[in-house]
Structures are given as C-alpha cells and as structure tokens.
Write a protein that binds this ligand. Sequence first.
Ligand code: AMP
Length: 250
Amino acid sequence: MKVLVPVKRVVDYNVKVRVKSDGTGVETANVKMSMNPFDEISIEEAIRLREAGIATEVIAVSCGVAACQETLRTALAIGADRAILVETDVELQPLAVAKLLKAVVDKEGPKLAIVGKQAIDDDCNQTGQMLAALLGWPQGTFANKITVEGEKLRVAREVDGGLETVILNLPAVITSDLRLNEPRYVTLPNIMKAKKKPLEIIKPDALGVDVTPRLVTLKVVEPPKRKGGLKVPDVQTLVMKLRTEAKVIE
Ligand code: AMP
C-alpha cells in the first residue's frame, strides 16, 4: 500500500516568532524554516510501515512556495521514496490544503494518509480532519500508536482522559501526535541520496483546485507583555487586593 505524508514548511520551532511591523503577519524573511515537527513524526511512521513490509511506497507532499522543496528534500532524506510539490505563492489555508491533498490522493491512490495533528505556525489542527471529510474516509486523530491489521487500522488516540482505541477501515486518514514515535536523525549519506530522488512539481490549476483564501487576516499583534507579580504579606491583604484591585471577588 502507498502512504501519503503531507509535510508543511514552517518557522523552526527554536525561533522566537516576531510579528511584522505593519501587523500583516509573522516575519519570515531571514528566519530559519523547517519541517513541521508533527510531519517528521508522520514520515518516520510511514517509513517504519515500509520497513515492516506493510507500506510499498512513501510519498511526501508539500503545498506552498518553491522553497518547500527544501522541506521535501528533508522528507526524502529521512526516507520517503518520492516527493510532490504543489507550488503556489497564494497563502494557503487548511481547506485549500485539504482540497489539494484530496486531488493528490485521487491521482496517487494511497491507502493511508498520515497528516500532522497540527502545524506549529497556525495551530489550526484542521487539515487532516478536512481531508478525511472530503475523501469520505475514516479518521483517527492524535494517533499515539497505529497497527495495520489486514484491511483495518487500529489507532490508539491521545484523548484528555488517556488513550482511546479505534479500529478504522482502510483507506483512512490519521493525524500523528507527539508520542507516536521518535523520528530518526537524518544522516549525511541519506541527505546525498535524497538529492537524486524524484521530486515532481505541479500547480493547483493542474489539479483543478481553487486555492483562493476564504478567510481574511485583519491584524496580527504580539500578545500583551505580562506584568510583574506582587507578594502580599498575609491572607487578609490578598483578599483585600482581590476585592478592591483585581475585583474578582465581592
Ligand atoms: P493545520 O491544520 O494547519 O494545523 O495542519 C495540520 C497538518 O496538515 C500539518 O501537520 C501537515 O501535515 C498538513 N499541512 C498543513 N498545511 C500544509 C501544507 N501547506 N503543505 C503540506 N501539508 C500541510
């Protein structure tokens, strides 16, 4: 079975994000960009399925600007077999990405799509669920462990109270959570090998998808700075301050 893994290029998780001075978005010029960490976990999981003889091919897909090719090369260096870039300069929102991914699924025919649970830039946590809905496939979100059992997939999901296990019919979409696995390090020989692996570039038009944004960003602002704390000498003063200054009790 083929496995499709979407990978998003995001601001590196070590970078302190800065808002652009005109408030139109987040500064990305001269900022280190990397693969969304949850997508690294997804690639690792797909490769483990291939190593176990369950997956036949791992295809990494990224949607976005030409520089996403770097992210795809990383996916290939981790071990993906080939890559597809759906290239556009339009700012993509989760619904547009889900539509593009659906079109790639229709073209490639994978039996499993392993999406990240959320992108660390927009924190939307929407794309995997939307893709499952558009495809009409079952979904196992926040996966902590997956096991392929014939035509079924057993998924242990991270939920508030612990783990919930669901069994899905394949084809299916899963979204990977932090504890699904620990991705391997990329080695230099694999980086070299990745340069020769196939990377196809297609445009949204060729997939018949309209990626026009449906949401308008009005303004992006820094969170307010936290004010310093205050020490009070006793409980009476605390209660008095809560009543008169914070006004949270009567
Ligand atoms: P989000 O719904 O934006 O939090 O993203 C969740 C997941 O959807 C990511 O971890 C990726 O696996 C996938 N995804 C989102 N945007 C893109 C993109 N532009 N290209 C490829 N995959 C994406």
